[in-house]
Design a binder for this molecule. Structure first.
Ligand SMILES: Cc1cc2nc3c(=O)[nH]c(=O)nc-3n(C[C@H](O)[C@H](O)[C@H](O)COP(=O)(O)O)c2cc1C
Length: 358
């Protein structure tokens, strides 16, 4: 914390006299770049808050790839890792896993430990790295966004969201957007990393991963999670963001990470997700009427919900995907419109990939 404060004050001191321009070669070799200094011009060295929570380390690895080019360019990055008062287990016992659903959906988050951020700390940009739990933001991130401290840090700030999950992040992102707006923040960009395995395969490999900790190839299905190459390529967002901050673009109200394939939306999954979200809404209220998280009184209801979930996954989801595929010529223009809308603000275009890829 002291180091961060020191760095923040150093950044402030440099603010009026130093201009830092990143060099790609130095980044690649992993060296600290204070690459280039132009004494006379204004300087845009910025203070960035990154809020993160990850159980397996996958999301932290992606976040680290994004942060490195910012730090290399001289921007000050405070990485805050959220710590629930009572840690969530990993791997998840199945009962705890299912039992988390109602609170995730109803945004009833447990306490997190106080943040390692000075009360008067001020940032130019906030990046929120979160996981999806039951089509909602993971509980630690919900806790942060609903806490007075989190809301103070976001109020009036440009915010970037970064998600890594199986493949269903649309509803969770809608919720994030609402919570960020309620806290007075302005969502500027969204980046989503997903498991590129077939949706039917990841229905097996992702639960296997979170329930057993095993993410390797299984019964011919690919390993669970985001591919290592994609994790590494996340640094392109850091390079682009670093350039944008150096041009004060965080102040102009527009997306800073377009043209980098920040998200790719499968509108067919969006339709399944909406149906799932509605069902989770009903089930979460019903289960909560039996008791609180961890109480045995709600176990029978959780059992019925689990059976419902398995039946849905085995029947309704494939049927819905099949129907959508069969009717896709008729639905094409509607689905394309939906895709364009859901991919905002950062989009799936690639016009800047060459510039910022390794
Ligand atoms: C309780 C729980 C619920 C989850 N629900 C979803 C979900 O609804 N959609 C999804 O795409 N991924 C879901 N996941 C996968 C996570 O988003 C994430 O990819 C996984 O937990 C690994 O995250 P980590 O590497 O940051 O620890 C869920 C994981 C957990 C633990």
């Amino acid at each position: 914390m002291i180091a961060d404060k020191l760095a923040i004050s150093q950044a402030r001191r440099h603010k009026s006299s130093v201009k830092v321009t990143s060099t790609r070669a130095a980044e690649r070799s992993g060296h600290l770049i204070e690459s280039f200094v132009n004494q006379s011009s204004e300087t845009p060295l910025k203070r960035v808050l990154v809020v993160n929570f990850s159980q397996t380390g996958q999301l932290s690895d992606i976040t680290a790839q994004l942060i490195a080019p910012l730090r290399n360019a001289g921007h000050t990055v405070h990485l805050e890792t959220l710590q629930p008062e009572t840690p969530f287990p990993f791997p998840w016992p199945i009962i705890d896993f299912i039992d988390a659903m109602p609170e995730c959906v109803q945004l009833d988050a447990p306490q997190i430990k106080p943040l390692n951020i000075a009360l008067d700390a001020d940032f130019d940009l906030v990046i929120l790295s979160y996981q999806v739990w039951f089509l909602s933001p993971g509980l630690p991130m919900t806790a942060f966004l609903k806490s007075p401290e989190g809301q103070r840090l976001i109020n009036g700030k440009p915010v970037i969201t970064l998600v890594a999950c199986r493949n269903m992040w649309l509803s969770a992102q809608e919720t994030m957007q609402r919570l960020i707006a309620e806290a007075g923040g302005q969502l500027r960009d969204h980046i989503a990393f997903t498991d590129r395995g077939h949706p039917l395969a990841t229905f097996i490999t992702t639960p296997r991963w979170v329930l057993t900790g095993k993410r390797d190839r299984f019964l011919g299905m690919p390993p669970a999670g985001v591919a290592p190459g994609e994790i590494q390529a996340a640094s392109r967002f850091g390079r682009a963001l670093s350039d944008a901050l150096s041009k004060n673009e965080e102040k102009n109200g527009r997306a800073m990470l377009t043209g980098l394939r920040a998200v790719t939306v499968n509108p067919r999954l969006a339709i399944s997700e909406r149906a799932g979200r509605r069902a989770f809404g009903v089930w979460s209220k019903l289960i909560r009427s039996f008791g609180k998280r961890g109480q045995w009184q709600r176990r029978p209801a959780l059992l019925v919900f689990s059976i419902y979930l398995i039946v849905m996954v085995l029947t309704v989801v494939p049927t819905s995907l099949l129907l959508q595929w069969l009717f896709s010529p008729l639905l094409k223009s509607r689905l394309e419109g939906l895709r364009a809308q859901l991919e905002l603000p950062s989009g799936s275009q690639e016009f800047n990939l060459e510039k910022y890829d390794q």
